[in-house]
Write a protein that binds this ligand. Structure first.
Ligand SMILES: *[C@@H]1O[C@H](CO)[C@@H](O)[C@H](O)[C@H]1NC(C)=O
Ligand SMILES: *[C@@H]1O[C@H](CO)[C@@H](O)[C@H](O)[C@H]1NC(C)=O
Length: 332
């Protein structure tokens, strides 16, 4: 009886402690840094999607924004729809000359003692979808050039300025770094790389007072998902693959990809969630190390990460693509 009473009391104390922890945590998460108009932020990939929305939002919050755009059109469109203090810059993150030029321009504009408050490595490509043996090294290199080396080169280039401001780096990865989908391997590799890089970087820069934050959005239907282009490329890569590979998969199963791509059409369009998360990482006094964004990320991918492989493989392989080679086996 005595024991029972004690454990009852202990349970209450634990519950209260947990509640207090969450209340304090919530309160701390609401504290912001202030002085936005004296803070400089660089965002890459601002032609469309999250980058563009984020650049505009930061601009309206009063930040001094540098927005890297891949295309001339991106630069003019963004500049036309934002305030004068926003500087849209032509920037291909895979081009070292472009990066050097961007650093020079930023250094000319910001006061020497201000430094750069935040670097948001948002630029990314989805890369090819399809079968692993239809991808060549070239496919991987093209995706890594933007999604991995782009992030590393930008970070190296702007780190001196980030140190001056004791600022932060925000890297966009993808729903938890461990999940790979069978049709999207090059992209998944690049995002795993971003996770590994960001974790190491965060630990390394801690004593230098530069913090590193990882955003892990679920599936969002941004301009990265150009369905026609994705489908066209699946066919193109297939036709370039060795004859035996083509024979094994069979052209018919490519039609199944139409369904995979259509399924992606159901992805969230609540872009503001991702933008709000970026804003939190930039403005909060105590930002989180990792931000998971979106219902699918929380409710589907996150649990999958911690479940045994036999469950996660089963759940992630519910697709419609069935290679001719595997069908033949079954029919024999
Ligand atoms: C792998 O790719 C899929 C499909 O694009 C995506 O939903 C998932 O978040 C990716 N995972 C990682 C770690 O990049
Ligand atoms: C980092 O910040 C702390 C606390 O503000 C300060 O004491 C320390 O000197 C800073 N370190 C560097 C390398 O600037």
């Amino acid at each position: 009886m005595e024991d029972c009473l004690l454990s009852y009391k202990t349970a209450w104390m634990v519950a209260v402690a947990v509640a207090v922890y969450y209340v304090i945590r919530w309160c701390l998460l609401q504290v912001t840094v202030g002085d936005y108009d004296r803070k400089y932020v660089f965002v890459t990939g601002c032609d469309s999607g999250f980058g563009k929305l984020l650049a505009k939002r930061l601009d309206s919050l009063g930040f001094q924004v540098f927005a890297g755009c891949l295309t001339e059109k991106g630069v003019t469109d963004l500049q036309a729809s934002s305030s004068e203090s926003l500087k849209a810059i032509l920037l291909d993150v895979t081009n070292p000359e472009d990066i050097a030029k961007a650093v020079k321009l930023v250094e000319e504009i910001i006061p020497p003692d201000a430094g750069l408050w935040s670097l948001v490595n948002n630029a990314g490509v989805i890369g090819p979808l399809g079968f692993p043996d239809c991808f060549t090294r070239d496919h991987y290199e093209k995706v890594l050039a933007v999604n991995m080396y782009g992030v590393i080169d930008m970070t190296n280039a702007f780190l001196p300025l980030l140190r001056v401001a004791q600022g932060r780096i925000i890297n966009v990865a993808s729903v938890l770094g461990r999940i790979s989908i069978r049709t999207c391997i090059p992209y998944n590799i690049s995002k795993h790389a971003v996770e590994a890089y960001s974790d190491g970087l965060r630990r390394s820069l801690r004593s230098q007072n530069v913090s590193v934050h990882i955003l892990e959005p679920g599936l969002f239907r941004t301009e990265l998902f150009n369905f026609d282009r994705i489908l066209k490329n699946i066919y193109k890569d297939f036709e370039a693959a060795p004859a035996r590979t083509q024979e094994y998969y069979g052209k018919k199963c490519l039609e199944d990809f139409t369904w995979v791509v259509k399924l992606m059409g159901f992805a969230s369009t609540q872009f503001h969630k991702v933008v709000n998360t970026h804003v939190h990482a930039i403005t909060a006094k105590y930002p989180k190390h990792r931000y998971l964004v979106g219902y699918d990320a929380h409710c589907y991918f996150w649990p999958l990460m911690y479940l045994p492989e036999w469950i996660s493989d089963f759940c992630l392989n519910i697709e419609f693509v069935s290679p001719a080679g595997t069908r033949k086996k079954k029919n024999d």
